[in-house]
Design a protein around this ligand. Structure first.
Ligand code: NAG
Ligand code: NAG
Ligand code: ZN
Length: 309
């Protein structure tokens, strides 16, 4: 019944519970089907803009990223879920410390992106949006499953990593970017050989992050997330970025009207009374603007041929 209703609201071709690019089911309409996504009901939604009004907190050291430097056994799985590409990582990794109230086991990571011409990170730094953002999702170890974690105000810890685009190939990112063509359509999966997850993090700047209490950025928008957003982005190449923005569809392979998945980020929410902490070693955004310039230059260069200049 619910699904039928959603299909009618969103157009049968999409058949998603929610979407990003149709005003009948986009982030501003999520509250219609998922009341907990209604931003006026509560005060701690995500994402937010990270500005200079942060509270430095000297007790926020680097997190313990257990198992992140090892190559786990077994197999991981990359999945096109229609609203993102998700890497399901097996057991063996957990995060703690850095002010987190417990141990959180790592279950998956996924991505948010813009398009060839737009940036698509969820959080913004001084209102600047990065090309992409990666989320590493961790469930508090006292919960057997996601359902029970979503009932706990601090049930999830998500690590957010900004992704910038440069001219250089990122070999650490290759296991993911090279597998993207195999999951072009919704529902497709691709086995991935495990690798050390630390490879995807800003390894020289792990002590620099922001911390606040927020929500899932997709329905049901549960306000149960302790966010750790790293201050320094990782870099991937234009070609690796292009595999996301030009190669991933929100629709299944056999559908007549294909919809490219792009700009899959939720809008910024007010912080209201929340405190947003900066870790002991965070540098408070001092170098964040420069790293975006090159990306925008690239955008302009891409546009030039279209403008016949
Ligand atoms: C610093 O962060 C810790 C962990 O989140 C918190 O318990 C503490 O209250 C914060 N300290 C200040 C001075 O806000
Ligand atoms: C999740 O865990 C809770 C608490 O132990 C349990 O009651 C529930 O049945 C579990 N749900 C699923 C879907 O496994
Ligand atoms: Zn996310």
């Amino acid at each position: 019944m619910m699904l039928l209703l959603v299909m009618m609201l969103c157009g049968v071709s999409l058949a998603l519970n929610f979407c990003y690019d149709d005003e009948r089911c986009d982030p501003y309409a999520w509250g219609d089907n998922y009341p907990s996504c209604h931003p006026l009901l509560e005060s701690h939604h995500s994402p937010i803009n990270l500005n200079r009004q942060l509270t430095k907190n000297g007790s926020l050291d680097s997190l313990n990223l257990e198992g992140f430097s090892l190559t786990p056994k077994g197999q991981w799985r990359l999945v096109n879920q229609g609203y993102s590409v998700v890497l399901e990582v097996g057991n063996g990794m957990q995060v703690s410390g850095g002010g987190l109230p417990g141990i959180y086991r790592t279950v998956q990571l996924h991505f948010h992106w813009g398009s060839v011409f737009t940036s698509g990170s969820e959080h913004t730094l001084d209102h600047l949006r990065f090309p992409m953002e990666m989320h590493i999702v961790n469930i508090k170890s006292t919960h057997p499953n996601l359902t029970s974690a979503l009932e706990d105000p601090t049930g999830l810890a998500v690590l957010g990593v900004f992704i910038d685009v440069t001219s250089l190939h990122n070999e650490n990112f290759h296991p993911i970017s090279s597998a993207l063509p195999f999951v072009a359509y919704k529902g497709q999966t691709k086995p991935i050989r495990p690798f050390p997850l630390i490879n995807l993090l800003p390894q020289n700047n792990l002590a620099q992050y922001y911390r606040y209490h927020g929500s899932l950025t997709t329905p049901p928008c549960s306000q149960v997330v302790l966010w750790t957003v790293y201050e320094v982005p990782i870099d991937i190449s234009w070609g690796q970025f292009d595999r996301f923005v030009s190669g991933i569809y929100a629709t299944q392979e056999d559908e007549n009207d294909q919809v490219l998945l792009h700009d899959n980020y939720r809008h910024i929410h007010p912080t209201y009374g929340r405190t947003v902490y900066a870790s002991k070693d965070a540098r408070l955004l001092t170098n964040s603007a420069s790293c975006l310039t090159f990306f925008h230059l690239l955008n302009v260069l891409q546009l030039l041929p279209l403008l016949n200049l």
